[in-house]
Design a protein around this ligand. Structure first.
Ligand SMILES: Nc1ncnc2c1ncn2[C@@H]1O[C@H](COP(=O)(O)OP(=O)(O)OP(=O)(O)O)[C@@H](O)[C@H]1O
Ligand SMILES: [Mg+2]
Length: 187
């Protein structure tokens, strides 16, 4: 579902990563690790076509990633740093909007009244339960307590079971241990 060859991104003189091969078949999960600034979010954005590679080629669902194309976006679910909720909508309304029919187990109040962990859970439910073949998550564990991190691992396992190709940038070794088939350390 994801096939990258010789991937590299450079800013000015500095290569964030270079010569990276990435294979993520359906039903498997790659976790990207590495220090702050090592390029995890950048690589995820390249897989979504939200940012250009300096070198290399990548196919996602058989084509070049391009977030500007609805056909491409239909097959790819994402949670990025700047993913947001509509503040005025309740959790139920938010999930209806993204076409997801699951029990959110959250207060039925406008999103702006929710805690950051509750908002994160809602974003995750929307992304993971939306129909997709590729799932890209940037630090999905952020703002989640220990119990909810295990809940997250269960959601990711469920997505893998349904055939998703999953790439997660994470600082949580526990999450990586629970869901990763491969770990790619960007240093
Ligand atoms: N548009 C840009 N122009 C110049 N440099 C950039 C640009 N975007 C990112 N960078 C550089 O790339 C580095 C990597 O950023 P990135 O967000 O991918 O790291 P990360 O591994 O996700 O870090 P974190 O763990 O903090 O989320 C940044 O520290 C910055 O130096
Ligand atoms: Mg990042």
């Amino acid at each position: 579902m994801i096939e990258g060859r010789g991937l590299g991104v450079r800013f000015g003189e500095r290569w964030l990563f270079r010569g990276l091969d990435l294979d993520v078949p359906g039903g498997t999960c790659v976790v990207l690790t590495g220090d702050n600034g090592s390029g995890k979010s950048t690589l995820l954005r390249c897989l979504y076509g939200a940012q250009e590679l300096t070198e290399g080629t990548v196919t996602v669902n058989g084509g070049a990633p391009d977030e500007r194309h609805a056909d491409f976006r239909r097959g790819v679910s994402v949670l990025f740093d700047d993913s947001t909720l509509f503040d005025a909508l309740t959790p139920r309304q938010h999930l209806d909007l993204v076409g997801v029919d699951v029990d959110p187990d959250l207060p039925d109040d406008p999103a702006y009244t929710l805690s950051s962990g509750q908002r994160r859970r809602l974003l995750l439910l929307g992304a993971i339960h939306r129909e997709h073949r590729v799932l890209l998550l940037d630090e999905p564990e952020r703002a989640l307590d220990a119990g909810r991190r295990r809940w997250l691992a269960g959601l990711v396992d469920g997505a893998k079971g349904r055939g998703s190709a999953v790439v997660i940038a994470s600082h949580d070794p526990l999450l990586a241990g629970l869901v990763a088939d491969h770990v790619v350390d960007l240093g």
